[in-house]
Design a protein around this ligand. Structure first.
Ligand SMILES: Cc1cc2nc3c(=O)[nH]c(=O)nc-3n(C[C@H](O)[C@H](O)[C@H](O)COP(=O)(O)OP(=O)(O)OC[C@H]3O[C@@H](n4cnc5c(N)ncnc54)[C@H](O)[C@@H]3O)c2cc1C
Length: 452
């Protein structure tokens, strides 16, 4: 009989927490888990899932337009925001139910409320306290909105999914993937959209070629890109609209101003200070190679440790931790070659090194690059173009990085990610027979490197 209420107590039922809790319970571990807001976490409620549904929705405008070239008469289309929002809400509710069942059916005790650390073996939820041999902190992150005049008029990704009305004019502020995706969503659904970013090019960290190509494509779809400028203030006008004042002295009138200027670990009110748990300057919990904090009974995974903020990474960390703690396995999370996508229009898919990273790491590289109009757009009338790029190490012939901007780039790059993890060389790509006619076959038919 254990001296504790639980073997493992998880704070936060998001991607990392739920996966760890379920897996541990399936191994016979006595698990308690607490959640105060989003059963299933950010991804399911205000992240990946509803966003992708909105991305699908936003694509229809373009699809209707493209359909004409294929003989379809699609006059009289219109978009109804409440239908999209409410259908999305119903789907998220369904998923919340699934997460609840998954937890309960796997034997976890789900306690709804805000969890905080009391001591190294005790968590407080509401008025109750629970003891556990080990505690896992998987509280994720929260949108960061800087303090500017008029902050109260600004929404973040938490609110954008529930707007009462769809804006006619939207301003999105930020240069990361969430900002770029939402600019595409607003524009695709018919809002006059501006994207404001203080740097000179969005999507820092992506291949420069990809960034510039994407900027050109996003602009073609009607998003007004304003780089090297920032917002000074947001002011509510007499008619209820919002006036956004920029640092270059100009103003933009909008009905909705969304900030996507980064996320911070959601550690407020968590009681980390009660245990002296070490944190980075941004609040992220510091853990060692086995996700253990400086307090040996307390572990942390996912966005709150601020390694790579992606759902599959949080899942992998949660699984690896549980297999380590309860089956004695080594931690096997590989942070290299993580494929990722940006669901802007068109999509970006990427895996491995960018050209800039490869050069900085002193690789002598060949670049293979192809830019074309996809077959569909030969008669759709769309001006959209696709970019594909491969970075190859000359000495070993190993493919170091693969990047794509084009329809379904995320779907295509997932498979390429497996090839890169397997250590594929350019010769392996070249000897692979293409699937014809696809855009993806271009990755196995690029013969001549770019002249450098
Ligand atoms: C708009 C948006 C789009 C995204 N799109 C993608 C995408 O396309 N692909 C992708 O891979 N990733 C995407 N992400 C990132 C992804 O959602 C996160 O990386 C992932 O959810 C991290 O999982 P986690 O378990 O660390 O945290 P979360 O999923 O955030 O879960 C943490 C949970 O803990 C709860 N919690 C916090 N504090 C407490 C407390 N004290 N007590 C009780 N409960 C608490 C929270 O309510 C939350 O449910 C997106 C994120 C956003 C915001």
């Amino acid at each position: 009989m254990s001296a504790y209420d639980f073997d493992l107590f998880v704070i936060g039922a998001g991607s990392g927490g739920v996966r760890a809790a379920r897996m541990a319970a399936a191994m016979g571990v006595k698990v308690g888990i607490t959640e105060d807001k989003y059963l299933g976490g950010t991804c399911v409620n205000v992240g990946c899932v509803p966003k992708k549904l909105f991305v699908y929705a936003s694509h229809y405008g373009e699809d209707f337009h493209d359909a004409k070239g294929f003989g379809w008469n699609v006059e009289g289309t219109s978009f109804d925001w409440p239908t999209l929002r409410d259908n999305k809400n119903a789907e998220i509710q369904r998923l919340n139910g699934i997460y609840r069942n998954l937890l309960v059916n796997s034997g976890c005790t789900l306690i709804e409320g805000h969890g905080s650390l009391v001591d190294e073996h005790t968590v407080k939820v509401g008025d109750s306290t629970y003891t556990a041999e080990r505690i896992l902190v998987a509280v994720g992150g929260w949108p960061f909105v800087p303090d500017i005049p008029g902050k109260e008029h600004i929404i973040s990704s938490n609110e954008v999914f529930y707007l009462d009305e769809f804006p006619k004019r939207a301003v999105v502020v930020g240069g990361g993937y969430i900002a770029v995706e939402f600019a595409g969503i607003f524009a695709g659904l018919g809002a006059q959209t501006s994207l404001i970013y203080r740097g000179d090019m969005f999507l820092r960290g992506f291949d420069n070629d990809v960034r510039e190509f994407t900027a050109a494509e996003v602009a073609k779809k009607g998003v007004d890109l304003k780089f090297s400028v920032n917002v000074e203030a947001v002011e509510k006008q007499a008619d209820g609209s919002l006036r956004v004042s920029l640092t270059d002295g100009s103003t933009i009138d909008a009905d909705c101003v969304m900030y996507a200027t980064g996320r911070v670990p959601r550690v407020e009110g968590l009681g980390l200070e009660n245990l002296g748990i070490e944190q980075q300057a941004n609040g992220a919990i510091i853990v060692n190679d086995t996700f253990q904090t400086n307090v040996p009974s307390v572990y942390a995974v996912g966005d709150v440790i601020d390694r790579i903020q992606l759902t599959p990474v949080a899942l992998a960390e949660g699984m690896a931790l549980v297999k380590h703690l309860y089956q004695g396995q080594d931690i096997n999370v590989d942070y290299n070659l993580i494929p990722t996508a940006v669901f802007c229009q068109p999509n970006i898919g990427t895996v491995g090194l960018t050209e800039e990273q490869a050069r900085a790491q002193n690789h002598d590289i060949d670049i293979y690059r192809s830019e074309f109009r996809a077959m569909k757009h030969t008669i759709s009338g769309s001006e959209e173009r696709t970019l594909m790029k491969m970075i190859v190490d000359k000495a070993t012939d190993k493919v170091l990085g693969v990047h794509m901007v084009g329809p379904d780039a995320g779907e295509i790059i997932q498979g390429i990610g497996i090839a890169l993890k397997a250590g594929a060389t350019k010769a392996v790509f070249d000897s692979t027979i293409g699937i014809h006619p696809t855009a993806a076959e271009e990755f196995v038919t690029m013969r001549e490197p770019v002249k450098q």
